[in-house]
Design a protein around this ligand. Structure first.
Ligand code: GTP
Length: 591
């Protein structure tokens, strides 16, 4: 294909506004029929949760004004935790279809995705979806879109991705308005490695690539620039959306190549691919995002450490937004500390590890990155677990991360949503009307308040109508303390917590009670304490088994009974002193 006849574009939208359904319709127009309900959500986790997690590509051929075009579309995720994936897709695209559900109007991720496209200098086409629904508000939604995104009425197509109405109008617009990719098919090969997938059946790796310059043939060998290693190509092809082998891929094309790569470290997302021996500059890539949520990850009872290491490394390679560091813990042994972009991202990662690699894990409670400003030269130390917390006598002040939360909410639910944000220590920054009785709120909220159920509470309070988006917004001063957990006097490695000073009592009480529920009873009493230094903040007990040592005694021999009971007490005390309580792994597991 001549690059003039190629278009690379993404479909972007808020969660559930119909991106994958539209992508399926467009693929059908391109002539590919599939029996799968949703062709592009092909991970098990995506089908089970009904969300897109990984951007997926599909190539379709479309004839317009007598000319055949190759259209490469990328279906992107909608949830805020996966915005990095949207950014990566837009980086490969020259245009985007911004989809809005006509029953809901512009929502929080519509706004953030539009700005990502705008910052990437992409041509944005508007599409108003779900016009088949009786409650679609076509006129007002169109007005909202043109006002917020500077689109003319004629640039917004009214469609139903479900029934297919008007969907065929989009492709001619893509061809006319989205610029073709630049690149010369006769130049030396330069391609960007966009994604990777390990093919467990063959042990090969399937790399999604965009050819920037040159042509790649199926019999070539390629060099992965970062490692400098050369690999013979096993297969190349395009996504339809299933991989379809072709004999070559040329400048402007989005496709795949299969290589046999033994060391997972050789595959680096964003790497430049070229011909062996050619001298090329590495291509620009988008920077790795900074993770905000951290969890310790350890093999569970049935998982072998080595095989878990291999699976984990493979999955981390294909999801560049996850950070990984070695970690260890007395009870759980060797493991890793992983960083994620949000709680959904964290849950999806664990689910993918189990489903795609058959690896079951123990994931510890999520934590975030705090900062300590030290008294020597205002040095700033970042930490996300209690064991790395600096000693308080060196600390001038503690700081916690804050996120700017954008919420779009109907007027009926405005008051309850505002009061929930306030109760989460939020500070209101903006409250503006969007028309149709809807409001756009901006709050700065400490990140930790949003980690558990902030989003689901906002949904509940607004009967499902409010939507949220988060963005980093710096740090606030706070007051933090390290709280340790003792079980029969022994500190349990891995259970120490970073706690805000005004929450110490509440958190300590909850923690000791929860642990007490999970510890099995022993012959002796088990005492669980939360402590700061040596000062006990909360205490709970697990009662011992009781054996009636006096049951064989005759009638009223009181002194003998007393002696037996005293001996039993003494024995249990000795046992308690000598025995170390085995902490069940479940205590650490929160998923
Ligand atoms: P995420 O990837 O999770 O962000 O979702 P998405 O934007 O890809 O949405 P998806 O295509 O999964 O559609 C969400 C729901 O809306 C599904 O139940 C679709 O059947 C439904 N849907 C999509 N388009 C239309 C439409 O035009 N009309 C109607 N009535 N329903 C639609």
């Amino acid at each position: 294909f001549n690059p003039e006849h190629i278009r690379n574009f993404s479909i972007i939208a808020h969660v559930d506004h119909g991106k994958s359904t539209l992508a399926d319709r467009l693929i059908e127009i391109g002539g590919v029929k599939s029996s799968l309900p949703q062709q592009l959500d092909n991970l098990q986790v995506e089908r089970e949760r009904g969300i897109t997690v990984k951007a997926q590509c599909a190539s379709l051929r479309y004839t317009y004004m007598g000319q055949e075009y190759l259209l490469n579309l990328i279906d992107t995720p909608g949830h805020a935790d996966f915005t990095h994936e949207v950014g990566r897709s837009l980086f490969l695209s020259d245009g985007a279809i911004l989809l809005v559900d006509a029953t809901q109007g512009v929502q929080a991720q519509t706004v953030s995705n539009f700005y990502t496209a705008f910052e990437n200098d992409l041509f944005v086409l508007g599409a108003l979806n779900k016009i088949d629904m009786p409650n679609a508000k076509v006129g007002s939604c169109k007005m909202e879109m043109s006002k917020m995104f500077d689109l003319f009425d004629s640039q917004i197509t009214e469609i139903s991705a479900k029934t297919g109405e008007n969907v065929e109008k989009l492709l001619p617009q893509v061809i006319e308005l989205v610029p073709p990719p630049r690149g010369n098919p006769s130049a030396d090969l330069v391609a960007i490695l966009h994604d990777c997938q390990y093919l467990s059946s063959s042990g090969n790796v399937l790399l999604t690539v965009l050819i920037k310059e040159g042509t790649l043939n199926s019999r070539d060998s390629v060099c992965l620039l970062s490692s400098g290693k050369t690999f013979p190509v096993r297969e190349i092809g395009v996504f339809q959306p299933e991989p379809l082998p072709t004999s070559n891929l040329s400048a402007g094309q989005l496709g795949y190549l299969i290589l046999k790569v033994k060391d997972v470290e050789d595959v680096i997302i964003g790497d430049t691919i070229c011909m062996p021996g050619s001298i090329v500059e590495p291509l620009k890539t988008i920077p790795k995002p900074k993770p905000s949520i951290f969890s310790g990850v350890f093999p569970d009872e049935n998982t072998d450490f080595r095989s878990m290491k291999e699976s984990l490394e493979k999955l981390v390679r294909s999801d560049t937004s996850v950070s990984i560091e070695a970690d260890s813990n007395q009870t759980l042994g060797q493991g890793w500390n992983l960083g994620f972009l949000g709680t959904l991202h964290r849950e999806v990662f664990a689910q993918r590890l189990a489903q795609e690699f058959g690896t079951s894990i123990i994931m510890t409670k999520p934590s975030i990155t705090y900062r300590a400003v030290l008294d020597n030269n205002n040095e700033i130390v970042e930490f996300n677990c209690a064991k790395n917390m600096p000693k308080c006598y060196h600390v001038m002040k503690w700081e916690e991360p804050v996120v700017e939360t954008t919420i779009i909410v109907p007027g009926d639910h405005l008051a309850s949503v505002i009061s929930h944000c306030m109760s989460c220590r939020g500070v209101q920054k903006e409250n503006s009307t969007l028309g149709e009785g809807r409001f756009l709120l901006k709050f700065n909220i400490p990140l930790i308040e949003t980690v558990d159920d902030f989003y689901s509470t906002i949904k509940k309070l607004s009967s499902g109508f409010a939507t949220c988006d988060f963005e980093e917004a710096g740090y606030w001063e706070t007051d933090l303390t390290q709280v340790d957990v003792l079980v029969n006097g022994d500190r349990v490695d891995g259970l120490s917590m970073i706690v805000r000073s005004d929450e110490i009592r509440e958190v300590s009480m909850k923690t000791v009670k929860n642990i007490a529920k999970l510890l099995p009873r022993e012959q002796y009493k088990i005492i669980i304490q939360c402590v700061i230094g040596v000062k006990v903040q909360a205490r709970a007990e697990v009662k011992p088994y009781r054996k009636d040592v006096t049951k064989d005694l005759y009638g009223g021999d009181k002194t003998r009974a007393m002696k037996l009971l005293a001996r039993q007490r003494e024995g249990k005390k000795k046992l308690r002193e000598r025995a170390t309580v085995k902490i069940p792994r479940a205590v650490f597991r929160t998923l």
